[in-house]
Design a protein around this ligand. Structure first.
Ligand code: COA
Ligand code: AMP
Length: 635
């Protein structure tokens, strides 16, 4: 089939408001909009101004009312615990109603913030939908973060309530959430009034009197009583959620998502980008703590009336590298969305793809990859093994859906390995030099998006409009700065090469080296430090920290290095995957004192080393290289 992409993209360019108004016809509105896009509102304008809606209604109620009550909405498959369950749209709605009733009984209401700190269990999805039903603003915190990170988010979002599970399960260990939650609440200045804790059998939590509630018990009561809660009308421009993501400092950025534009964009993407019809099974093997989980485990599949999979496991080791194929075959998954790192892990364990042959994948149509650069080797391997289109697409927490992709629903464009393909309707993507001028095709530059951003993208940062402007809008006036560097070729295909800030991408997880440096610098023996991301064959990148010790510190350096590794795990969490701290005599700097992190990275990765003319003492680079070689890097 010839792709309709060019025609559709041009149609959007000719009449953006008309394009999005038509897409909005797929959503049930309580009150229609006054203006499709109102440029006078918010930080750069807002979508569907004046409209009222409810996201939970669009995800659940309307499917129950219109022919899908018995269709599975959520399939829970947990190879790590052995549990499996299926919840139809009707059952999911009953449970979301029950959870909304429980929250509402304790005063959670429209506009309140609710933090959700849960592993990959169906109740995490239900908690998000229950908040949406009440018009409360959820903020999901990934389970791999430490108490300190949770405390930072509590103080920024100021939640009235927290919904948590007693534990998560990682291979070989139970992660008890409740002690982390208690520690975070002790640390935070803001104190939530209520915590709802779902007790899991692997580790039951001790509940604190007066503040904690047993969520399972309360939900069972509410279910037995058949409690329902009406969907609360919210403005299309009201926040649905806040999702914190790494910025350049230890203070994460609270990305805000609205209700109306978000629904319109995600619904459009399911049909036109992913090519998924209502009733089909879509599996995003991510975590609800990340944006991929928000958009493509929870909201988009349910808005589409599709079935989503909540998978509590890993691509390898639970129990083996065939688990993805087992899930696809057992639940008739039409399309899988995951991060390239998952495929690198599978390829490492089962290089010849022998486990694939054990399963019937006849219904499987496509694999989508995002979250980090998809390396051509992994793409090729996945294509060879699976025999379906393997589609890279590029987006960010900030945008919530694809900026540049290959729209299967509109008809695939030719794939070029290394490129996520072309801009989606809504995004006018350009590549600019540092002075803000467009660069010729084939030239590396700053990837930006001409304002306004399309529906679904962040309208602002949570209670931080100045930071929003500074981070995204000020450097290239009239454009959104993606902080990715890239190249557009003659055919309009974009290639994403690297971040332009100090964000690194470890196993598809976005992490701030600045935040890690803040932790290293807090160690009493550290005078100064630098953290860089070095190439890792499995995780894409891995953090590597350098520390210069204060004069007079004469403890064994290995002891201090081990303390630094422990400190990052304690303060940021295991997800930082910080395993390498190296003590050095000095750090390479420019004459004005700027640490040469990029040069250190080039040395570590063994790529071309570009030494800036402004370097203060080139001899330090040799010292760094020797220190890296001693750890098996810089080869
Ligand atoms: N709760 C608590 N700890 C968690 C966690 C969670 N939800 N998720 C990860 N962690 C821990 C891991 O147990 C690990 O701890 P360890 O240092 O004690 O081993 C650490 O955080 C690092 O995790 P990760 O980087 O995910 O590595 P891994 O070794 O557990 O798994 C892969 C490696 C490649 C299999 C895994 O990263 C993977 O499947 N990634 C998929 C990518 C993905 O989902 N990305 C999301 C964006 S789409
Ligand atoms: P996150 O906000 O966690 O989704 O991370 C967004 C960042 O991940 C982007 O700014 C890119 O640096 C990187 N990224 C995501 N998807 C891709 C992709 N398909 N190709 C290259 N980089 C990607």
């Amino acid at each position: 089939m010839a792709s309709r992409y060019h025609e559709v993209y041009e149609g959007w360019k000719r009449d953006p408001d008309g394009f999005w108004a038509e897409a909005a016809g797929e959503i049930d509105w309580i009150k229609p909009w006054d203006k499709v896009f109102d440029e006078t509102l918010g930080d750069y304008g807002q979508w569907f101004a004046g409209a009222e809606c409810n996201t939970c209604y669009n995800c659940l109620d309307r499917h129950v009312e219109r022919g899908r009550p018995g269709q599975p909405a959520i399939i829970y498959d947990s190879p790590i615990t052995g549990a499996k369950a299926v919840y139809s749209y009707e059952e999911t709605l009953e449970r979301v109603n029950a959870m909304a009733a429980v929250l509402s009984d304790q005063g959670v209401a429209k506009g309140d913030r609710v933090i959700i700190y849960m592993p990959m269990i169906p109740e995490a999805v239900m908690a998000m939908l229950a908040c949406a039903r009440l018009g409360a603003v959820h903020s999901v915190v990934f389970g791999g973060f430490a108490a300190n990170e949770l405390a930072t988010r509590i103080d920024d979002a100021k939640p009235t309530a927290i919904i948590a599970a007693s534990c998560g399960i990682e291979p070989g260990r139970v992660v008890t959430y409740k002690p982390l939650l208690d520690e975070a609440i002790d640390m935070s200045v803001h104190k939530p009034s209520n915590c709802f804790v779902l007790q899991r059998e692997q580790s039951k939590a001790v509940l604190t009197d007066g503040r904690d509630h047993d969520l399972g018990v309360l939900m069972d009561e509410a279910l037995a009583e058949g409690r329902t809660v009406s969907c609360v009308p919210v403005k299309a421009t009201d926040p649905l959620y806040i999702l914190y993501t790494s910025g350049t400092t230890g203070q994460p950025k609270g990305v805000v998502r609205d209700n109306g534009g978000h629904m319109v964009a995600l619904k459009w993407s399911m049909t036109n980008i992913y090519g998924i019809e209502p009733g089909e099974v879509f599996w995003a093997a991510s975590d609800v703590g990340w944006v991929v989980g928000h958009s493509y485990i929870v909201y988009a599949p349910l808005l589409q009336g599709a079935t989503t999979i909540v998978f509590e496991g890993k691509p390898v080791g639970t129990p083996d590298a065939g688990v993805f194929w087992r899930v696809i075959s057992e639940h008739n998954v039409a399309s899988l969305f995951t991060a390239p790192t998952a495929f690198r892990a599978i390829k490492k364990e089962d290089p010849r793809g022998e486990l694939i042959g054990d399963y019937d994948l006849a219904g499987f149509r496509s694999l989508f990859l995002a979250g980090e650069r998809a390396d051509p080797d992994t793409l090729q391997w996945a294509e060879d093994q699976l025999g379906v289109p393997v589609i890279d697409h590029w987006w960010q927490t900030e945008t919530g859906w694809t900026i540049v992709g290959n729209p299967l629903g509109l008809g695939l464009l030719p794939i070029k390995h290394g490129s996520p393909t072309v801009p989606m309707p809504g995004y006018d993507v350009q590549v600019l030099d540092d002075a803000g001028h467009p660069v010729p095709a084939g030239t590396l530059g700053n990837v930006v998006v001409k304002l306004p951003l399309p529906p679904g993208c962040l309208p602002t940062l949570w209670q931080a409009p100045e930071r929003f402007h500074k981070a995204y809008l000020d450097e290239f006036p009239g454009y959104y700065k993606t902080a990715d560097a890239g190249v557009m070729d003659e055919d309009g295909y974009l290639f994403i090469m690297a971040r332009t800030d100090d964000i690194i991408n470890v196993a598809g997880h976005r992490l701030s080296t600045g935040a890690m440096e803040e932790v290293l610098a807090s160690h009493p023996d550290v005078a100064e430090c630098a953290v860089i991301g070095v190439v890792d064959t499995l995780k894409g990148q891995a953090p590597c920290g350098f520390a210069v010790l204060k004069a007079g510190v004469n403890r064994p350096h290995e002891e201090i290095e081990a303390e630094l590794v422990k400190l990052v795990r304690q303060k940021i969490g295991p997800v930082a995957a910080f395993k390498l701290a190296i003590t050095v005599e000095r750090l390479p700097k420019t004459r004005s004192g700027k640490i040469l992190r990029a040069t250190m990275r080039q040395i570590a990765d063994g790529t071309d080393v570009r030494v800036p003319a402004t370097i203060d003492d080139p001899a330090i680079l040799v010292e760094i290289e020797e220190a890296l070689k001693a750890r098996g890097l810089a080869v």
